[in-house]
Design a protein. Sequence first.
Length: 174
Amino acid sequence: MNSNYSLIFLLFFFISCYSTDRESNEEKEAVHNQLSSNVEITLTEMGNIKALVTAELLEKNDDNLELQLTDNVVVDLYDSNYHHTSTIKSDYAFVSEKENKINAFGNVIVKADQGEELLTDSLLWNNKVDKIFTDSELIFISGDLDTLYGKGFQSNIDLTEWKINQPRGSVKDE
């Protein structure tokens, strides 16, 4: 009987060791290489400012060259003459250092300096073409305070040249 207990004990011991090793490897893969708080990131193109990104928390994984920003994410966008054009606010965002893009998610609000405003759940800013895009439902408030609804949107960063892909609602003609 004693040898059976020893065999069972050894079996459980090896299973426990295996499970612990596997779990610690999974934890290592999920851990970010860097964590920072109250961050400010400047994105440039040929030395010129394109965007200033702030957030309360930044998590970075060197393996995929992506930054995850959370808590009070604000992106200030600048035109080719270095003038501020608009601000993007969101719950969280991903910055791709490799592709020079920002994906914003959760309560996304884009406010142009000229008064236009876009409300949606997700948004992509592509620095290469200097445009913003969403495939989500949206509300767009024009500079004339007209409120438009739709699904899918693309625009330049100051929201002056925009297109709603699936508009809905009605416009009152005066």
